[in-house]
Design a protein around this ligand. Structure first.
Ligand SMILES: [Fe+2]
Ligand SMILES: [Fe+2]
Length: 312
């Protein structure tokens, strides 16, 4: 259990009760809750420009509108997290509009450009499925009442996003020919990127304060296994190959994990295993699209503010 400074708080937490107000929290719990909310808010927010840049290549107006509906959902999800952060004393406007691109805390996968409708729908089937697993776990176990309730809406919508991804993957696979080849080629780089999303394996990850505070319930490996158990059978059922298979109760990867990724070429090097330090280094230096995506929502805001100063 993390540092106990407030026996009443520990008793609340151990009983499985929900925390409803900052006055009930310890400083350490507040810090961990804020960190978890920032990762969630940033991930939801950055998915909007990432998806928008690909949705522009939709094959029809109907498909484009579905893409826009998903983007609208993601912005609302981000707002839920940032709004709670504001109630916890953070400045929502500063968090969104005044941070350096590299300081946003979202998974590396979004920094690799989604450049076609095919890549967007795989992101729906893989990335939104990862979001569904991570947020579903938080929704079930979260000790902070306002966030737990806010996630009801988020879960229903993430389910719609991943269904959209699955339906389109199946449609493209059934079309066969070049469309199916393009689908398989995109899965080849996007599948390992999502496997990596869940972070350090349990044998390397030090003690998790998030688990102590019931800000999550499953470990990184448990979440990764859950994702694999949903994604691998679906891909196989629609004729898409993925480098993983079931062994007993669990799922095993058929490539060295983790391994080197060339973001510009969108290609993995399966010839050898690298260290997690190497992966963390790649994550920290961010990928090709980080600055462009952050500029997409920050630049317009600052132009508008320059023309309409608040104290004018
Ligand atoms: Fe979302
Ligand atoms: Fe989503």
């Amino acid at each position: 259990m993390a540092t106990a400074v407030n026996p009443e708080f520990d008793a609340l937490l151990q009983k499985g009760d929900l925390i409803e107000d900052p006055s009930e929290m310890t400083a350490d719990y507040l810090k961990e809750l804020k960190h978890t909310l920032i990762v969630s808010g940033d991930t939801e927010l950055i998915s909007a420009p990432a998806y928008y840049l690909a949705a522009r290549r939709a094959p029809s107006i109907n498909a484009f509108m579905t893409g826009i509906a998903i983007i609208q959902d993601e912005l609302a999800h981000a707002h839920i997290a940032y709004h709670i952060l504001e109630e916890l004393g953070e400045d929502q406007e500063k968090l969104i509009f005044s941070r350096e691109p590299k300081s946003f805390r979202y998974p590396y996968a979004f920094d690799v450009p989604l450049e076609s409708w095919t890549e967007l729908v795989i992101a729906n089937a893989f990335y939104d499925q990862a979001g569904f697993c991570l947020l579903g776990d938080i929704h079930e176990h979260c000790s902070y009442g306002p966030w737990k309730r806010g996630l009801n809406k988020v879960m229903a919508e993430e389910n719609f996003h991943l269904r959209n991804g699955r339906t389109w993957m199946k449609r493209i696979s059934q079309a066969g020919g070049a469309a199916k080849d393009e689908l398989q080629a995109a899965v080849n780089w996007m599948f390992p990127l999502t496997v990596e999303w869940f972070g350090l394996p349990d044998n390397l990850k030090m003690h998790s304060t998030q688990l102590d505070y019931r800000l999550k319930g499953k470990t990184n490996d448990e979440l990764r296994q859950w994702w694999l158990s949903l994604v691998v059978p679906y891909c196989e059922s629609v004729g898409v190959k993925v480098p993983a298979r079931q062994e007993g109760e669990g799922w095993v990867l058929e490539y060295p994990f983790p391994c080197e990724f060339d973001a510009e070429a969108k290609r993995w090097d399966f010839s050898e295993q690298i260290s997690w330090d190497d992966v963390l280094k790649r994550w920290r230096s961010r990928g090709p699209r980080n600055e462009e995506m952050v500029a997409l929502f920050q630049e317009q805001f600052h132009r508008f503010r320059a023309q309409h100063p608040l104290d004018a």
